[in-house]
Design a protein around this ligand. Structure first.
Ligand SMILES: [Ca+2]
Length: 551
């Protein structure tokens, strides 16, 4: 359902053209230095592209409402979640056992981090695309979990890591051992004596020695890149995707989506590479459509929205909004207006154009490659609540990283941002507590048991925010429009559907704030996160660290 002004197409077309032009100009500064190790990048996303887009579109008027029917998702690391066979390692039966916890929280979809067979703890280097990591259980356990999730109205997607395999994958082992193997062309081998570009897209030299040859592995020598110019590779990965849809999966989170062809810093954002990436994901989508037309595809395109946009054209449904995550945490940390409505409205106009109106943004505060939100916010509960209040009153599919809802902390290295989910008040835990690694960031009170009993807990607040979304269609599915209030500690925006609108106002600060709205625009406070908010005519009073939704 889209609502448009008469000249929407023209305006947005001009905006898209300007944005893409500026993106191309600024592209070389948009690469991210990454850390090798798990197939994901580590640095913060560069903002250059979005700033360029914003400047380029400053004169463009908004003329459309991009409704985004949304779903609340939960990113879950099986190894750290819940253990049912006593080995200290989380498993699929553990996910099944905790579905009621997720349902109670209000979660409508789960993203499972990799569950395929893999030699690593994280699983981003796969050795068999058609099996479940035996530490996590069996295919029957997987199917049972899917059934139970679906019974509760919870969808399940999983990481599908197709950019590279593990070095231990039988395909690579055969390819490396025998230059005449049929798998040789599935990877990129070059004569070791030749000159090879050394500017790997995630930092460092991406070429690794094997016999008298070198092979391409952009993230790490243990993760050789698959060659997507080889038709058999494309066919195989579509087959793998179809296989999992046949098992009952509802879609995929696509790791390293821009690195399929984006191997080198000097070329990653060139039109040629972007077109090839787009063409591959379109082919993948078309292949999945043969099995399930509404399979949900969300991609890790760790870049600014102008780079994400082409992936939404008959390929992905969503790209994670890395720029937004940084802005939301920063706004909560500094107690200032995040000022995101203007740029989001423009970005959604661009996505609308690129996707033909089918995109949904994917919002988050932090993921498995980043320092945990509560650590970025220095353990400040008020700030964590404000960051959540921002995320859950914005458009798009909100993704919660497991443990974020109880204020789990963790700073890199990666193992420390993927620690066991603390279910119990006692540090030693109890039944089902995972123990595959020691918890370096365990904190008193940051656990499920304690917070379930506390109506002022972060967990209770997440539940409340999710409930708001379910009650107010404009909050759940509406587009966003700018609404300016002249106070640097107040964040505000309209959420708009075809036949409804609400005004969201956040007091980011630790002191009560009084603001003046336009007379007669809003009649009542529909939701408030704290007692004490009042609307008297056009005068709105907000308690410290609070959010109101006006109708
Ligand atoms: Ca286990």
């Amino acid at each position: 359902m889209r609502v448009k002004g008469t000249s929407a197409r023209a305006w947005i077309g001009a905006a898209l053209g300007a944005a893409l032009l500026l993106a191309a100009v600024g592209c070389t500064s948009n690469n991210n230095a990454g850390n090798a190790g798990d197939g994901n990048q580590a640095s913060e996303s560069a903002n250059t592209g979005q700033n360029a887009a914003k400047n380029g579109q400053a004169a463009v008027k908004t003329a459309s409402i991009d409704e985004q029917p949304s779903t609340v998702w939960y990113e879950l690391f099986v190894r750290s979640f819940y253990d049912t066979n006593g080995d200290g390692i989380g498993d699929l039966n553990g996910v099944t056992q905790k579905l009621d916890y997720l349902k109670d929280l209000g979660v409508e979809g789960i993203w499972l981090m990799p569950i395929n067979a893999s030699p690593s703890y994280h699983g981003y280097d796969v050795t068999d695309y058609y099996s479940v990591n035996p530490q996590y259980g069996t295919m029957d356990d997987m199917k049972k979990m899917l059934d139970e999730a679906h019974k509760r109205g919870i969808k399940v997607i999983m990481d599908l890591v197709v950019n590279h395999t593990s070095k231990e994958h039988p395909w690579f082992k055969e390819a490396a051992a025998d230059p005449n193997s049929k798998y040789r062309s599935w990877y990129t081998f070059k004569d070791a004596s030749g000159q090879l570009p050394g500017d790997g897209a995630t930092g460092g030299n991406p070429w690794h020695s094997s016999g008298g040859y070198k092979y391409l592995g952009v993230f790490w020598e243990g993760m050789p890149d698959l060659n997507f110019d080889e038709p058999a590779v494309r066919a195989e990965m579509i087959k793998a995707g179809q296989f999992w849809l046949d098992q009952g999966l509802d879609g995929f989170r696509l790791d390293a989506a821009k690195h399929i062809y984006g191997d080198f810093k000097s070329t990653i954002n060139t039109p040629d590479v972007q077109k090839k990436n787009q063409a591959w994901w379109q082919e993948f989508r078309a292949g999945l459509n043969e099995k399930k037309k509404d399979a949900y595809l969300v991609g890790e395109v760790w870049d600014s929205p102008v780079i994400v946009a082409p992936y939404l054209d008959k390929a992905l449904d969503s790209g994670f909004n890395f720029d937004l995550a940084t802005k939301l945490l920063s706004a909560a940390d500094t107690e200032t207006n995040p000022d995101v409505a203007f740029s989001l409205d423009r970005v959604y106009g661009m996505y609308e154009q690129s996707s033909g109106g089918t995109f949904v943004d994917a919002t988050f505060l932090a993921n498995h490659d980043q320092n945990r939100a509560m650590s970025v916010l220095k353990g400040n509960l008020d700030h964590a609540k404000m960051a959540a209040a921002l995320q859950f009153t914005l458009p798009g599919n909100p993704f919660i990283y497991y443990g974020e809802e109880i204020g789990m902390q963790g700073m890199k290295p990666d193992e420390a941002i993927r620690e066991p989910m603390p279910w119990y008040a006692a540090k030693e835990g109890g039944e089902g507590q995972t123990k595959w690694e020691a918890s370096r960031y365990w904190k008193e009170g940051a656990n499920v048991e304690t917070q379930l009993k506390d109506e002022n807990s972060l967990l209770a607040f997440y539940k409340e925010l999710i409930a708001w979304r379910k009650e107010l269609p404009a909050l759940r599915n509406g587009g966003i429009k700018e609404y300016k209030i002249d106070n640097p500690q107040i964040g505000s925006y309209l959420r708009v559907t075809a036949d409804d609108q609400v005004l969201v106002v956040h007091n980011m600060s630790g002191t009560e704030q009084k603001v003046q709205l336009t007379e007669g625009e809003f009649a009542e406070i529909a939701k408030q996160s704290k007692e004490g908010a009042t609307l008297d005519g056009a005068a709105l009073v907000l308690p410290a660290y609070s959010t109101v939704v006006l109708h």
